[in-house]
Design a protein around this ligand. Structure first.
Ligand SMILES: [Zn+2]
Length: 627
């Protein structure tokens, strides 16, 4: 950790560590120097000299030119003697910069740096309170996905943003570091007949003017800035939650997410009040590259979770959990990404356990462990074993490289191992206080370790060993004492597999009560090599090729590609063209390129599919398929 010599300029930066120390009763150590913002390798901004506190964003969305015309007016605070404020930008056309009452500011855009874009340095005066930047986005802005009506599967075009990790700078010039928080308000003009939504207080219906106002009173980091524009309807689920989607989908989605209010209540009982007032979900067109994005007040979700049987809603529990882990207590840099995701997976599993029982959540944990072991093996094979440590070193790399199972599932099993080691009651107290005492602040791995050890020592007189923490956080791979989930429901699936191995018979008497998770467990535990007739038998058994469930299709297509089961080729191609979620595309393209014929096929499908994918996906697959 770096400590600043002085703490004389802003409440915002003031003394996080002292607060932690006071809150945890560790009085004698607060003679340490106060914490200032750590350098973030993925931002050019200079928050220790001048920092943003509020954004007023006035924007016009133009689907014809695929550009947003905007003025971003930032309220700032500065340290004495500061002469400039630095923003991050990427592919923005900056037209003008002014200070306070319209005095023109001199500014400089640096050369484009790989991954990071261009630093925008604005000269400020000692009394400057506001900096206004007039600019246009580029049609290829990396956060922005402009969909034609055809691509959106609708009569209207659609636009959505994906700002995490460092793409907010491609649609708003900002200090794009997760440790810098600001409130915002916005006025957004969109074509008539379309609705605009943001990660803010949102309208519930369209208006005649096409002008929408937004307000976000809770301070957020830039990666949680979000915008969606389209022909969108709303349906309430409770008085503080609801669903947005295109009109043809909104009723289906509302049915699928019927348990959302129960999830919020369950989450609050576990770890404290929901602090963002409203919790809504918007179901985006299929090209959305992630499962979900935890934009505050308005989770962005993939339509691939609409399985028709509410079996994939743990994703909603995950995004909801981010309202505490990530959105309330935020990873200080992308090297600490596991703090966002590990806590969120842990919390997600606890919500699912509370709502549907332990036998349900243990299936999720078993699937997570299997996937984690595969990821660790993969990263080892790719000479990227370093990336299996929880604390990453992504300096001079794209922070997207850190989005692997390690942050999510190794993070989960680490937290679960603390729970198992010292007991659930203690761990629940810890998590609740960790969220409340660090709310609306950034946390890095070292700060987390300090808080954890101190909490257990002062509350419970328990010492958490260095070796245990190092083994999980700063060491590659998985510790030998990793928690082992147990699932009777999966044991019954194993019985079906064993019977098939022994007799060649598939016993469908047992499958009537199976959820998606049991089917996935079956598919993930079949032998790699299957004959055509075995493939056919399994296809008849599970009706996999004709499944509408994206998780099942992905697991099944892995077998069809590997075993040359061409009967599913048409469905595979349709799936790859019509799904933009990277979690599904990744294993399938990777499986395809293992053979020269498969690689040819992958490239030909990708050519057709690429226009439907978001930058986050094309950035991955351009590299993978051109190797
Ligand atoms: Zn997450």
């Amino acid at each position: 950790m770096l400590y600043d010599e002085q703490c004389n300029f802003m409440k915002f930066l003031s003394c996080c560590l002292i607060l932690i120390l006071l809150a945890t009763g560790c009085g004698q150590q607060n003679t340490r120097e106060p914490l200032s913002m750590k350098p973030d390798p993925h931002s050019f901004s200079n928050p220790n000299e001048a920092v943003v506190t509020h954004l007023h964003w006035k924007a016009r969305v133009d689907f014809i030119t695929k550009k947003i015309d905007a003025i971003a007016t930032w309220t700032i605070e500065q340290k004495d003697g500061t002469t400039q404020i630095i923003f991050d930008t990427n592919d923005l056309h900056v037209e003008k910069v002014t200070l306070d009452n319209e005095s023109t500011a001199s500014y400089e855009l640096a050369e484009t740096a790989p991954n990071l874009g261009r630093a925008l340095s604005v000269k400020i005066k000692s009394d400057t309170k506001k900096v206004s930047i007039t600019y246009k986005t580029s049609p290829n802005g990396e956060a922005l996905q402009w969909l034609s009506p055809q691509q959106a599967g609708s009569a209207s075009p659609f636009l959505f943003t994906q700002s995490q990790a460092i793409l907010a700078r491609s649609w708003v010039p900002c200090q794009d570091s997760p440790s810098i928080r600001f409130t915002y308000d916005a006025e957004v003009t969109v074509p008539q007949g379309l609705l605009a939504l943001m990660s803010a207080r949102n309208p519930k219906e369209k208006n005649e003017s096409g002008v929408y106002d937004f307000k976000m009173n809770q301070p957020i980091p830039s990666y949680l800035l979000a915008l969606a524009v389209g022909d969108i309807s709303f349906r309430p689920i409770s008085n503080r939650s609801g669903v947005y989607a295109e009109p043809s989908l909104v009723d289906t989605a509302t049915w699928e997410f019927a348990d959302m209010e129960k999830m919020i209540e369950g989450a609050e009982q576990l770890y404290g009040n929901y602090r963002w007032e409203q919790y809504d979900v918007i179901v985006l067109p299929p090209s959305f590259p992630f499962g979900g994005m935890e934009n505050p007040r308005l989770t962005f979700a993939t339509p691939t979770i609409l399985a028709g049987d509410r079996s994939l809603t743990s994703l909603i529990a995950h995004e909801l959990a981010h309202s505490w882990s990530g959105n309330l207590v935020t990873n200080a840099t992308w090297n600490d990404f596991w703090l966002n995701e590990g806590f969120t997976v842990y919390f997600e599993h606890r919500i699912m356990e509370k709502l549907y029982g332990k036998d349900y959540s243990e299936m999720l944990a078993m699937l997570a462990l299997q996937s984690l072991r595969e990821t660790i093996a993969d990263l080892k094979n790719q000479n990227a074993y370093e990336d299996t440590k929880l604390k990453l070193n992504l300096d001079e790399r794209n922070p997207d490289d850190g989005v692997t199972d390690i942050a999510y599932n190794k993070g989960y099993f680490f937290l679960r191992s603390i729970e198992e080691k010292f007991g659930r009651d203690k761990f629940d107290n810890f998590v609740r206080d960790y969220f409340s005492e660090n709310a609306f602040k950034a946390m890095d791995t070292e700060g987390f370790i300090f808080f954890l050890k101190n909490y257990y020592l002062t509350r419970f007189k328990l010492t958490i060993e260095e070796d245990f923490l190092n083994g999980w956080i700063f060491t590659e791979g998985l510790p030998v004492d990793c928690p082992q989930p147990v699932s009777d429901r999966f044991d019954r699936v194993n019985e079906v597999i064993h019977k098939w191995e022994d007799t060649g018979q598939l016993d469908d008497a047992k499958t009537s009560s199976w959820s998606t998770h049991e089917w996935l467990h079956l598919l993930k535990n079949l032998p790699d090599s299957l004959t055509q007739s075995q493939m056919e038998a399994f296809d008849n058994f599970g009706k996999f090729t004709s499944s509408g469930n994206a998780e099942i299709l992905t697991a099944w297509f892995t077998h069809t590609i590997r075993n040359g089961y061409t009967k599913a080729d048409g469905e595979l191609e349709d799936f790859l063209i019509n799904t933009g979620r990277r979690k599904f595309l990744n294993p399938l393209y990777k499986e395809l390129i293992k053979t020269p014929r498969g690689k040819e096929k992958a490239r030909s499908i990708y050519k057709k599919a690429r226009p439907n994918y978001h930058f986050v996906a094309t950035n991955t697959f351009d590299k993978l398929l051109n190797e």
